[in-house]
Each structure stands twice: as C-alpha cells, then as structure tokens.
Design a protein around this ligand. Structure first.
Ligand SMILES: NC(=O)c1ccc[n+]([C@@H]2O[C@H](COP(=O)([O-])OP(=O)(O)OC[C@H]3O[C@@H](n4cnc5c(N)ncnc54)[C@H](O)[C@@H]3O)[C@@H](O)[C@H]2O)c1
Length: 251
C-alpha cells in the first residue's frame, strides 16, 4: 500500500487505460477522483473500486473547460481534504479519425489541442494551489511513444503529445520549489477498450513480431510506472519522460 492516505485525480479515469490507472492507484491505497466526461465509465470504475474496499469519487469533468477543472479540484478537496496526485490521462485519442495532412481541418486540430494540451494545463492550474499548501505533489502527464517515429495520420495528436514533454519539463522547473514533481509517461501502442474498437485486435497482434518484448501491450503494463511516479519512491525524479513500450523505440 504505497499510496495510503494519498488522494489522486485521474482524468479520463473512467474508461480504457485511465480506468486501469484509477484501479491501480486505489489498490495501492489512494483515494481516487475519477474525472471524466464519460459518466457511465466513471460510475462503473467508482463501483469497481468501492466494491473492492477502496475509496473513489466520480466527478463529471471536461478537462478543456476551466470552470469544470476548478470544480474537479474543489470536489476532491471537499470529499478527501487534499490532492497529492494528478494523472493527466484524458485525451481526444481513440475516437479521433485518422487523417492525412491535407484533409485535416482546423476545428479538429483545435479540439485535439484543447483536450490534450490545454486540458493538462487547466488541471494543473486547478490542483497546484492545494499541492503548494501541502508542499507536496505528484503530477504525471501522459504523452505517447508515437512522438518518437511520428505518425502522418495523426499529426495533431502527435504534436499535442510532444508538447506534453515540453510542458512537463517546464512545469518541473516551475514547481520544484514547492516539492511538486512533474513527469511524463510515454505509452506504446496499447490495446485499450477504445483502440481495440478503433483498430481491431489484429492490429495489435500483427505488431508483436517486431517488438523486443513479444506480446501485446495492455493497460496494466503502464500501471506500475504510474504508481512509481505517484509514490514517494520517485521523490527525487522530476522533468523525466519514461517510455513504456516494450522496447520498440528506445528513448
Ligand atoms: N492506447 C494507446 O495505444 C495509447 C498510446 C500512447 C498514449 N496513449 C494515451 O493514453 C491515454 C489513454 O488512452 P486510451 O487508449 O485509454 O484512450 P481513449 O481515447 O480510449 O480514452 C480517453 C479517455 O479520456 C476521456 N476524455 C476524452 N475527452 C475528455 C475531456 N474533454 N475531459 C475529460 N475526459 C475526457 C474519455 O472519456 C476516456 O475516458 C491518452 O492520453 C492517450 O493519448 C494511448
């Protein structure tokens, strides 16, 4: 129980990889605020955590909306009294259509940036005052290993996830004096609920042969790294980016 008495917010924590983070943090003893626009997923995740004896609170949150992120932080403090961990996992991702550069429209570009880059900024703005009061905090921003090779069909998405690394490094410098650590995790191509619907299981099976670790990456493969960066085991690590992709793109 490395996270006993800790309070964690997981954005997009009701579905897909985010749900695995919410449940994994709860298993380590954290009280988890599930901040998602997907209410059905959030309620199901809250139920799974509380049924297993943990504590969780589902809070409808749109990370691209400042008032919504402020309400998220307030709900966490009102219910649990503090905020120790923020996992910025929510993204416009699995439902994002694959598009060539010439087809890519400005509205989609703006929405990707609003959720994937402005979202983590707004969530940090909402939780940092409380973390400062505590002189303690752990912020984990979810990037993507796709920033290493790039992807011509997801130029907006890859750009937003590359931005997460610069955001994290700059925030690490901004918040070090407050003993708040800011790191990023770069997941490899992961068979989540959403990506299995979007690409099919065969897409993941086909990719196995070219990996050093020859199996499909699952959401659970990311949970240990999130717990490590959320716990005091990583108290002297900030500004780092950890690539968790089975060795596909050494970083
Ligand atoms: N699955 C992969 O292959 C992979 C690879 C690299 C990085 N990632 C990253 O991991 C994270 C999770 O991936 P996933 O496969 O579960 O993605 P997903 O698209 O299936 O799930 C995204 C989650 O974010 C939530 N969300 C979307 N917009 C939101 C908003 N405005 N406010 C609050 N919540 C919102 C969704 O409801 C959902 O719970 C994302 O940041 C993604 O970019 C995934």
């Amino acid at each position: 129980m490395r996270l006993e008495n800790r309070v964690a917010i997981v954005t997009g924590g009701g579905y897909g990889i985010g749900r695995a983070y919410s449940e994994g943090l709860a298993r380590e003893g954290a009280k988890v605020v599930i901040a998602d626009i997907n209410d059905e997923g959030s309620m199901a995740t809250q139920h799974a955590i509380t049924s297993a004896g943990g504590e969780a609170l589902a809070v409808h949150t749109d990370v691209s909306d400042q008032a919504s992120t402020e309400a998220m932080a307030k709900a966490a403090i009102d219910r649990f009294g503090r905020i120790d961990i923020l996992v910025n996992n929510a993204a416009y991702f699995a439902t994002l259509p694959l598009q060539d550069f010439d087809e890519m429209d400005v509205a989609t570009w703006d929405r990707v940036m609003a959720v994937n880059l402005k979202g983590p900024f707004l969530c940090c703005k909402a939780v940092v005052p409380q973390m400062r009061r505590q002189k303690y905090g752990k912020i984990v921003n979810i990037s993507s290993s796709s920033i290493l090779p790039g992807n011509p069909k997801r130029i907006h998405y890859v750009t937003s996830k590359a931005g997460i690394i610069g955001f994290s490094r700059s925030m690490a410098r901004a918040l070090g004096d407050d003993n708040i650590c800011v790191n990023s995790v770069m997941p490899g191509s992961t068979a989540s609920e959403g990506t299995i619907i979007a690409y099919g299981q065969e897409f993941f099976d086909r990719a196995v042969a070219s990996k050093p670790l020859k199996r499909v990456q699952k959401p659970e493969d990311l949970v240990g790294t999130i717990i490590f960066l959320s716990s005091s085991d990583s108290d002297f690590i900030t500004g780092a980016a950890i690539n968790v992709d089975g060795g596909v793109y050494p970083y």
